[in-house]
Design a protein around this ligand. Structure first.
Ligand SMILES: Cc1cc2nc3c(=O)[nH]c(=O)nc-3n(C[C@H](O)[C@H](O)[C@H](O)COP(=O)(O)OP(=O)(O)OC[C@H]3O[C@@H](n4cnc5c(N)ncnc54)[C@H](O)[C@@H]3O)c2cc1C
Length: 394
């Protein structure tokens, strides 16, 4: 298999984030040569922690990277949801043996740089993959039996097909789908990371804990085998139109959280410098492939982070796309259609349900009481049933 597709024109990938790198590796495993163009001067992930559902481990196992990803991860014993105004426990979902039995894979949390690092190392170890930095894809053309891309240095490169893994503001999407700018959700995320020793002993918890407040939520969990502690504070705001990994003003955030329980405010006070993300998404579509060009990850189906699934979905995309291409190596356009057909309902459902979860976390008044009643009355199996559509896939 590995040699069957070698020697031909390479697949071209625009973007070397989590989606681009795992796609390159998945294609190389099927024997395809790949060139990855990343606009930044180095392959690097900014940001903090991400949660990984059992669905990503199912596909990571398939491409042989599950153990590498788990090596740097932390496996929390449970997910907890608490009321940020009273401290009351709303629900606790164990992620223990019963979870493993139900889904066959673990739930883990990891630093984005660590999972990106695993994918980067895997790509560097493949002689079918060429990784190129400071190379921005500025234009492309579908020539019917091949594609060309124009890079920022003026070079034109020929390839078998083009996969746009260029994120939320994908340039390739503009031409393939043409649905304008992403939707600004009105929610802002502030993220910060503490060292283990910077977390007061009585506040350190091994679980993923979500504090649900009116129009806010705050999540914390350990990272990197427990050596770091990840904090994410989300609140509603119409102040910002754009911003990605910009520095976030502390006093603006504080206005939204100052009335919450000390377990929240004491933790928030520990962070000196917050990084801010303006959260955006898009309506689901099912036309993200056109001829020899397709999209993947946030370029195809950007979602809010409330189900903690963007990177998981990009990884699922990559493995399924590589399977479809292997099954139809001579006809990438047909493989891209088959991949899109496989993926659009699952990713679309995740985009829509992420919005619903956001509303649910940020509920106020009677709506919050109803939420607490609904989730608080579930037993463990019912909690698993509620998320089986997502964690049981792809
Ligand atoms: C606050 C927050 C929390 C999150 N939490 C989770 C979580 O818990 N679990 C989870 O699974 N996901 C989570 N996500 C989502 C996840 O981070 C993204 O879905 C994922 O990183 C998308 O990867 P990607 O490769 O598709 O896009 P990106 O990571 O955006 O990568 C795109 C890459 O393309 C490059 N690029 C762009 N344009 C060009 C061009 N023209 N030419 C060349 N290169 C280009 C960029 O420099 C970048 O490196 C979260 C996101 C946010 C904002």
């Amino acid at each position: 298999m590995a040699q069957a597709n070698g020697g031909a024109m390479p697949f071209l990938i625009s973007g070397g984030g989590i989606g681009g790198l795992v796609t390159a590796y998945s294609l190389a495993r099927q024997g395809f040569p790949v060139r990855v163009f990343e606009q930044s001067p180095e392959f690097r992930e900014v940001g903090a922690g991400i949660q990984l559902g059992p669905n990503i481990f199912r596909v990571l196992e398939k491409i042989g990277l599950k153990d590498e990803v788990l090596a740097d991860a932390h496996i929390p014993p449970a997910q907890e949801m608490r009321d940020a105004l009273t401290g009351k426990l709303i629900t606790r979902i164990p992620l223990d043996q019963a979870f493993m039995q139900r889904f066959g894979q673990p739930y883990a949390v990891i630093h984005r740089a660590d999972i990106h690092g695993v994918f980067l190392k895997a790509c560097q170890g493949s002689n079918l993959i060429t990784l190129e930095t400071s190379r921005r894809v500025d234009d492309f053309a579908d020539k019917g039996d091949h594609v060309t891309v124009t890079l920022n240095n003026g070079e034109t490169v020929k390839g078998r097909a083009l996969i746009g893994c260029d994120g939320m503001w994908s340039k390739i999407r503009e031409r393939v789908v043409g649905d304008g700018k992403p939707r600004v959700s009105g929610h802002i995320a502030y993220r910060g990371v503490l060292k283990r020793e910077e977390v007061p002993e009585d506040l350190w918890r091994p679980d993923v804990v979500l504090w649900a407040g009116p129009r806010t939520h705050f999540v914390h969990y350990p990272l990197r085998r427990g050596e770091l502690y990840n904090l994410v504070a989300v609140f509603h705001s119409d102040h910002y139109e754009e911003g990605w990994n910009a520095e976030g003003a502390k006093d603006v955030m504080w206005q939204h959280f100052k009335m919450q329980v000390p377990q929240v405010t004491r933790m928030l006070e520990r962070i000196e410098t917050w990084r801010m993300w303006v959260l955006c998404d898009r309506e689901p579509v099912k036309n993200w492939s056109k001829g020899r060009v397709t999209l993947l990850g946030d370029a195809a189906h950007p979602m809010l982070q409330y189900l903690a699934q963007g990177a998981c979905m990009a990884t699922e995309d990559a493995v399924i796309l590589a399977d479809r291409l292997a099954a139809s190596a001579d006809d990438p356009a047909a493989a891209f259609q088959a991949y899109q057909q496989d993926r659009y309902l699952r990713t679309g459902r995740t985009q829509i349900m992420a919005r619903v979860y956001g509303e649910f976390y940020h509920a106020r008044g009677v709506t919050a009481e109803l939420r607490d009643m609904a989730v608080g009355s579930r037993n463990q199996q019912q909690s698993y049933d509620g998320i089986a559509w997502l964690y049981g896939g792809p």
